[in-house]
Design a protein around this ligand. Structure first.
Ligand SMILES: CC(=O)N[C@H]1[C@@H](OP(=O)(O)OP(=O)(O)OC[C@H]2O[C@@H](n3ccc(=O)[nH]c3=O)[C@H](O)[C@@H]2O)O[C@H](CO)[C@@H](O)[C@@H]1O[C@H](C)C(=O)N[C@@H](C)C(=O)N[C@H](CCC(=O)O)C(=O)O
Ligand SMILES: Nc1ncnc2c1ncn2[C@@H]1O[C@H](COP(=O)(O)OP(=O)(O)OP(=O)(O)O)[C@@H](O)[C@H]1O
Ligand SMILES: N[C@H](CCC[C@H](N)C(=O)O)C(=O)O
Ligand SMILES: [Mg+2]
Length: 491
């Protein structure tokens, strides 16, 4: 594509030489990925500054550079005020506005994003639509999966993924939109049709200044739904009426609002809720009819997830019957309340709870059905919100009979220091917990303790198949380790 054509979408920029004739073959934001003919966009990052990699990009074949400050370069430089924003606009143009060709649902909120996206995948698959899903676990197009390094990819990878979905004939795209992505502009240029808000509770206060700033980031998804009305392409904000943050979310959008909930008055509601150890049943009340749902998903939080997915699907004109069949068909989501010890006298559950709110929800749910002791194995991630550590530890103690505090992904932090952050202030309860920093040993210990009718919750890593220590990701899967521990106990 000619640079002149690409830049026709950027109204104001400066160049140090003529760019009209330059033909580019790809856009890159990483100098290491630059090939002959690439346009290299310099992004100032948290670790390094892309502007320092211009020479490497040119050596690898860059034909032009986009920068937001002065750089020395042997090839033409286009200077813009914000290179991240420019990257999003250029990527959308380069890949031919792919998100406008796909009905696109974005899901945001502290907890439940992955779950809601997979419920929606199931619903749309039952509706005979080919789906594309982007989120924490992977990118998935139909049944083909692709690895991801972020829940919401950078703008360049994202637009490229949308183009792949268009080429693969995807009829419904569904994605998780993290607060980081919204704050950093990774989803600028995405033409969302439906935006879903699950809930807000504490997380990521290492990145966001405070909880208000975190909520403001989440609200951007709703602000980005657009400010005009188009009969042929209606846009919807799907909002949890029972969440205290919903007022601000509602005010952030000019688009149609669909509310869901169980306690406050809402358009989509669950009534006559019945939750037990095998599943959940409720009556789904909607403006287009009512019906009974009987799902294998466990816990009140999953009723909310099912309501969120149902509300989005109703906005997307999916018939209620299809929604019912899909919700009743889904067995569970990888690493979310996943039951491991099917043939044992005790239960082992692996769950991705890594926030105070999700840990509390999941433990309260287990406590309701547990016949005997509840053990929890949990840690907190390094290089992440420190203030959630003592809260998660206190919740683990309060809602279990015995807690084993261990490492999650320590990343570049000292694992013992993370555990100190968790246990500071718990000196009076040392008989209710122990600290085993090696995660494998912690899981083995819990399994060794377990007797008939006990439940073990292994929280925090869910579907993850690695443990990151320093900058290295080692193979590690809670589910595999738990099964090994059970086998060893049986011997
Ligand atoms: C804090 C944060 O969001 N960091 C993201 C950011 O990394 P960074 O700012 O450190 O990037 P950098 O290494 O400084 O590089 C700056 C620029 O220089 C370029 N570069 C760098 C090196 C080089 O040799 N050549 C070169 O050109 C890079 O390609 C980049 O364009 O940009 C990277 C590329 O897009 C992201 O992968 C990275 O996410 C990291 C891995 C991360 O952990 N992010 C977390 C906090 C995150 O975003 N989480 C949310 C989910 C949270 C949730 O689910 O609740 C997510 O959406 O994943
Ligand atoms: N609606 C909900 N409200 C509160 N907790 C929930 C909800 N749904 C799921 N959880 C809990 O949160 C954990 C993570 O769920 P899920 O992966 O769906 O959330 P997420 O928002 O995608 O998380 P992440 O921010 O890591 O991508 C689950 O394992 C469960 O313990
Ligand atoms: N997307 C979340 C995942 C946290 C999962 C937990 N296992 C951890 O490493 O803290 C994050 O990056 O904060
Ligand atoms: Mg997720």
């Amino acid at each position: 594509m000619k640079l002149s054509e690409l830049f026709s979408y950027i109204p104001i920029y400066q160049t140090n030489s003529a760019i009209k004739h330059i033909e580019i073959t790809s856009i890159e934001m990483d100098s290491q990925k630059v090939k002959e003919g690439s346009l290299f966009v310099c992004i100032p990052g948290f670790t390094v500054d892309g502007h320092d990699y211009v020479d490497e990009a040119i050596a690898n074949g860059a034909r032009a550079i986009v920068a937001q400050k002065e750089v020395k370069s042997a090839v033409p430089v286009v200077t813009v005020t914000d290179s991240s924003r420019t990257l999003a606009i250029l990527a959308d143009r380069f890949y031919n506005h792919p998100s406008s060709k796909l009905p696109l649902i974005g899901v945001t909120g502290t907890n439940g994003k992955t779950t809601v996206t997979y419920l929606l995948e199931e619903i749309y698959n039952h509706f005979q639509k080919k789906t594309g899903v982007i989120g924490t676990i992977q990118m998935k197009i139909d049944n083909k999966t692709y690895p991801v390094s972020n829940t919401t990819p950078d703008a360049l990878s994202l637009q490229k993924s949308f183009q792949l979905m268009v080429n693969e004939g995807v009829e419904q795209a569904i994605m998780e939109v993290s607060s980081h992505a919204l704050d950093l502009g990774r989803v600028y240029g995405c033409d969302f049709d439906i935006a879903v808000f699950t809930n807000l509770s504490q997380d990521h206060l290492d990145f966001h200044k405070n909880i208000d700033d975190y909520l403001r980031a989440k609200s951007l998804l709703f602000a980005q739904l657009g400010n005009t009305y188009d009969d042929s392409k209606q846009k919807f904000a799907i909002i949890n009426a029972d969440d205290l943050s919903s007022d601000l979310i509602k005010k952030s959008t000019a688009q149609h609002i669909v509310t869901y909930g169980c306690r406050s008055e809402a358009q989509i509601m669950a009534e006559e809720i019945n939750i037990d150890a095998d599943g959940t049943a409720f009556k789904l009340i909607t403006p287009v009819g009512e019906l009974q749902i009987s799902s294998k998903l466990i816990g009140m939080f999953n009723v909310y997830n099912m309501l969120a997915a149902s509300a989005a699907a109703i906005a997307g004109k999916v018939p209620l019957k299809i929604i019912k069949t899909a919700l009743e068909n889904i067995n569970g989501i990888s690493g979310r309340f996943e039951s491991i010890a099917e043939n044992e006298s005790f239960a082992v559950i692996v769950d991705y709870a890594h926030t105070p709110d999700s840990l509390k929800n999941v433990l309260k749910t287990i406590k309701e059905f547990a016949r005997r002791k509840v053990y929890v194995v949990v840690g907190c991630g390094g290089d992440r919100d420190r203030s959630k550590r003592p809260l998660m530890a206190a919740i683990a103690l309060r809602y279990s009979d015995h807690a084993i505090f261990t490492s999650d992904n320590p990343r570049t932090e000292d694992p013992e220091a993370i555990l100190q952050d968790m246990t500071n202030g718990l000196e009076d309860f040392t008989n209710k917990y122990e600290v085993i920093s090696d995660r494998k040993s912690a899981i083995y210990q819990a399994v060794n303790y377990a007797e008939e009718d006990d439940v073990i919750l292994i929280a925090g890593k869910g579907h993850e198949t690695y443990q990151q220590i320093g900058h290295v990701k080692y193979d590690f899967d809670d589910r595999v380790i738990a099964k090994e521990a059970i086998k060893a106990k049986e011997k």
